[in-house]
Ligand binder design. Structure first.
Ligand SMILES: [Zn+2]
Length: 288
């Protein structure tokens, strides 16, 4: 069979929590007319398609709602993480992997930002309850693997998964997407929060939602006075408003949409490949 791809631009949104320009393959000539264009995005698909699809892997994008320097929107982590999840799922789906992206959880751990207006903290214990409920639901419905795709530095799903794993008949894993490829290969100074990496990504994904770089702060972050904490081999959460005056930690000055697009593509392809492998893997036989 000759498979041709018709590419078109569409603005995808059904929940109101993220909108982006997205290039997708039009499978209309291959699939029944009731099949949605992106059957791997749960919010866009329907029971008719879902009831006959043996989904192997669910992807739960998890972001945060918090200030990102002066120039990026509060939903930055959600836009980024959702976009990577959907892009990776598209790659995997086109290779036959039955994956599905669940709606993005927009609330992150922001206990260090409680004094910043409208930073919406969700405590780790609440996140664990949310994650447990979703895991219980999908495991009882025959999905065998769950990837928590994390897009916020304050979120940490490892310990939650250690506690959750023995309770559910579901293989649970997590990726912090910013660790998938080396940021230094794509950016002069990737930065930590609202810096060159995030600003470049958002220039590529949501250019209409950014203020011009001339409005951005420098993202200069103060360091701990205690050497071990400063050097990173000792750790404590940071009191954000004492660390930075503009809420950013990382200089956005050298950001460009082209850098953002290249980085996004690399991350998305890496995770897409992972999803293909994960979909094939037998949860009862995970070791070589
Ligand atoms: Zn962020």
């Amino acid at each position: 069979m000759i498979v041709k791809h018709h590419w078109f631009l569409r603005k995808g949104d059904s929940t109101g929590n993220a909108v982006r320009l997205n290039v997708v393959a039009d499978p209309g000539f291959l699939l029944p007319s009731w099949m949605p264009p992106r059957p791997y995005v749960l919010a866009e698909t329907n029971w008719k398609a879902v009831k006959d699809t043996p989904f192997e892997v669910a992807i739960l994008p998890w972001g945060a709602t918090e200030p990102h320097n002066y120039h990026l929107p509060y939903g930055t982590d959600n836009y980024e993480t959702r976009s990577i999840a959907e892009g990776a799922a598209e790659i995997a789906w086109q290779q036959g992997a039955k994956v599905v992206v669940l709606p993005t959880v927009p609330f992150g751990v922001n206990t260090g930002q409680l004094d910043l207006r409208l930073a919406l903290n969700m405590n780790p214990s609440t996140q664990f309850a949310v994650l447990s409920d979703i895991a219980a639901a999908i495991s009882s419905q025959g999905v065998r693997k769950l990837l928590v795709l994390n897009g916020h530095g304050g979120n940490d799903f490892k310990q939650m998964i250690r506690e959750l794993q023995p309770r559910v008949n579901l293989f649970v894993c997590t990726i912090n997407w910013w660790t998938c490829v080396k940021g230094a290969d794509y950016f002069d100074e990737p930065g930590d929060h609202a810096g060159e990496m995030e600003t470049s990504m958002m220039m590529s994904l949501e250019p209409d939602l950014l203020l011009p770089l001339s409005e951005a702060g420098t993202g200069k972050a103060k360091k701990f006075r205690v050497a071990g904490l400063r050097e990173g081999w000792a750790w404590a959460p940071r009191e954000w408003s004492k660390v930075t005056s503009d809420t950013g930690t990382g200089n956005p000055a050298a950001s460009t949409p082209v850098k953002g697009e290249k980085f996004l593509r690399a991350v998305t392809e890496r995770i897409g490949g992972f999803l293909v492998d994960l979909a094939k893997a037998d949860p009862d036989n995970m070791y070589e």
